[in-house]
Each structure stands twice: as structure tokens, then as C-alpha cells.
Design a protein around this ligand. Structure first.
Ligand SMILES: C[S@@+](CC[C@H](N)C(=O)[O-])C[C@H]1O[C@@H](n2cnc3c(N)ncnc32)[C@H](O)[C@@H]1O
Length: 246
């Protein structure tokens, strides 16, 4: 995030009022349905991190630090999923690996509430959520080298050329991912957009921090509703695996 001296700041907090750089999401209605509101009221205090904002909505205060040991009450390998959507893949993974901890970072509130329904139904204790802009969480809140894995399933494609600058997975993002992973840590991704797939392959190939590229479908990834939509209109799925270099 830019912190140029002339950007508008809140005089009370000194924090920026607006974002000056593109983000990979748009503001959508954040209203919860009845069932979502009920599960939110029941579980959000325990399962959704209280992330202080650094100015605009879903921003992350630069002083905030995520402490997994305090949050999960144990020390375990930590997997982060960015854009966890309705939580299908995240809850599946948390069920498959009770010995690991999982953090979903998602800006869309109804999707986070929907994930809480999985948490309740499956009785998950190793899953938490953050309503926050993921690159900011990884840059300042998550300790360097502290992740076991980073996963991004079907990032918003921003398919119009003039919107490509909003895509999440760029050279700059690869640096942020590399900072969060230790040597040997794994970054997985999948997309159903061929040219975003080419972009991800190029980002990984150009990165000095990762070995890897296109890969087989990750066995731990269930078919989510976004994948189903892509498959229905005949798109191919592109999978990627990259390992953090020493
Ligand atoms: C196309 S959906 C895919 C959801 C899910 N991964 C799946 O496969 O079903 C992309 C998701 O990423 C979220 N998202 C986009 N940019 C984000 C960001 N910078 N930080 C957190 N979440 C983000 C969106 O709100 C959306 O829910």
C-alpha cells in the first residue's frame, strides 16, 4: 500500500482514508441473510479474527500481528487460504487435517458467514477467518516464514485487459507470498481462466523465490461452486504448485 505524504488521512488517527492502489475485489453488498446472521451472532466472536483496520474497510492496521498460538491455543502447521469464498475448500481441508490450523482470508462478509455454517456443522476447531484484504494481512500481520502452505483457489479473474491490474497474483504478490512462507513452504493455486493461468505460470517462472509451475490437480481441493461454474461453460482448470526456495 502506498503511504505517499499527500494522500488524504483521517486527522484523528493519521491513517489513510482511501486506498490509492487497485485491490483485487469490489465492494459488494455485505448484508447477511437470516441464517447467516444467526451463525454470525453465535460464532463470529470465537472464529472471526478481530482485525483492526488501517483506514479503509477491510484494510489491516500496520501494527496488528496475528498470533496463531494464542488464537488456536496450540502450535501447529498453519495453512492460509486467500479468497476462501463460501468455505468449501477450507472446511474440507480443515476436516481432512485436524492436526493443522487453517486461516481463511476473505473480504466478502456473507461468504465468511457461510463458512461459519461449515464450522458449526462439521464442529471445526482448527479454522478461523479474517475479513481483510489478504496482501495486507500477509505483508504485516502474518509473521515472515510462518506459513506451512498458502492456497488460492479461483482468484477473481478480472478478465478485461483494463482490469488486469486488479489481479491478485502478480510479481509483487509473489514477493509477499515468499515472505510468508519458509524454505520448503508450498504455494498452491488454481484458475479456470486460461490467460490468468498463463500469468500465474509466468509469475512463478520469473520469481527468484519459488520453484514450480503448472501441476496436477491438488488432491486436497474439492470442486467448489466457482469451479463448477467454469466447468459448466467448458473451461479447463489450471493448477499450480510452487515451493519456496531456501
Ligand atoms: C472467484 S471467488 C473464489 C472463491 C473460492 N476460492 C472458490 O473457489 O469457490 C474469489 C474470492 O476471493 C475474494 N477476494 C478477492 N480478493 C481478495 C483479497 N484481496 N483479500 C481477500 N479476499 C479476496 C472474493 O471476495 C471472492 O470471494
Amino acid at each position: 500500500m502506498s503511504d505517499s505524504a499527500d494522500e488524504p488521512r483521517d486527522p484523528a488517527t493519521g491513517l489513510p482514508r482511501y486506498r490509492t492502489e487497485p485491490v483485487s475485489f469490489t465492494r459488494r453488498g455485505g448484508r447477511l441473510g437470516e441464517r447467516q446472521q444467526r451463525v454470525w451472532d453465535q460464532l463470529a466472536d470465537d472464529m472471526v479474527l478481530d482485525v483492526p483496520q488501517g483506514g479503509p474497510s477491510t484494510s489491516v492496521h500496520p501494527d496488528y500481528r496475528f498470533d496463531p498460538e494464542a488464537v488456536f491455543g496450540r502450535r501447529a502447521p498453519l495453512v492460509v487460504e486467500i479468497g476462501s469464498g463460501y468455505g468449501e475448500a477450507l472446511s474440507h481441508a480443515a476436516t481432512e487435517h485436524p492436526e493443522w490450523d487453517f486461516l481463511g482470508i476473505e473480504v466478502y462478509l456473507p461468504a465468511v458467514a457461510q463458512t461459519l455454517l461449515h464450522v458449526r456443522r462439521e464442529g471445526l476447531t482448527n479454522l478461523r477467518l479474517a475479513v481483510a484484504n489478504a496482501p495486507e494481512m500477509l505483508t504485516t500481520a502474518i509473521a515472515p516464514g510462518s506459513l506451512h502452505e498458502l492456497r488460492i483457489w479461483f482468484p477473481d479473474p478480472w478478465h478485461k485487459t483494463r482490469h488486469h491490474k486488479r489481479r491478485l497474483i502478480t510479481d509483487a504478490f509473489a514477493k509477499i507470498a515468499a515472505q510468508a512462507l519458509p524454505p520448503g513452504g508450498v504455494w498452491r493455486a488454481a484458475t479456470d481462466w486460461a490467460d490468468y493461468g498463463d500469468q500465474i505460470a509466468e509469475v512463478i517462472a520469473r520469481s527468484e523465490d519459488f520453484d514450480g509451475g503448472r501441476s496436477e490437480r491438488f488432491a486436497g481441493r474439492p470442486v467448489t461452486r466457482f469451479e463448477t461454474k467454469g466447468l459448466k461453460v467448458g473451461r479447463d482448470i489450471h493448477d499450480f504448485t510452487a515451493v519456496r526456495r531456501p
